[in-house]
Design a binder for this molecule. Structure first.
Ligand code: MN
Length: 194
């Protein structure tokens, strides 16, 4: 089982995340922001990850530190769980429809951080979640996990649907990139290291 726990405590947030990349989609999420919990549950369910996320953030300020730091710790947990990346497909790609929304997520577990984010959201908030934080989250994940992460929206009018399609597409793409291909000997890189 490729499983890892990462804890991180600052004056702004107190976070503990456990991820099992070879799980079943079981999630226990508590961030204090209902919509963000809903997004992480969708990510775990559709990526078949077991995910425990416990966050105490300074929500009396706003949701920024809570969402950004959860991204950092989730990214670090993904990288730790991946270990030496031997035998994995490395690349993952999924275009996910959700009613009006159509969002592509494409990843490379290459050891280099990069975020491409072409998502246009029409409302400032969904529930208690400030929608500009979606970008902060994915940026933090891409750095924490040292992965290339591209999100591109092809269609969508409903902000809840667009963000949810992005999180689920990320789950599907990460499931693909972290899964094994028996033809891969060592790591899938001409450099010999990922
Ligand atoms: Mn929903």
């Amino acid at each position: 089982m490729r499983k890892a726990t990462v804890k991180r405590t600052t004056k702004e947030t107190d976070i503990e995340i456990t991820i099992n990349l070879d799980g079943t989609g079981k999630a226990e999420i508590s961030t204090g922001i209902g919509f963000f919990d809903h997004m992480l549950e969708g990510f775990a369910k559709h990526g078949f990850f077991d995910l425990k996320v416990k966050v105490k953030g300074d929500l009396e300020v706003d949701g920024h530190h809570t969402v950004e730091d959860t991204g950092i710790v989730l990214g670090e947990a993904i990288m730790k769980a991946l270990g030496d990346k031997a035998g994995i497909k490395r690349y993952g790609n999924f275009t996910l429809p959700m009613d009006d929304a159509l969002v592509l997520c494409s990843i490379d577990l290459c050891g280099r951080p990069y975020l491409g984010y072409d998502i246009n959201l029409l409302t400032d908030k969904v529930g208690d979640f400030e929608t500009e934080l979606a970008r902060e989250f994915f940026y933090a994940v891409s750095y924490g996990a040292m992965m290339n992460l591209h999100l591109k929206q092809f269609a969508g009018e409903n902000t809840h649907h667009i963000i949810e399609a992005a999180f689920k597409a990320f789950g599907k793409a990460l499931d693909q990139g972290t899964s094994f291909d028996e033809r891969v000997k060592g790591v899938l890189s001409t450099k010999g290291k990922l």
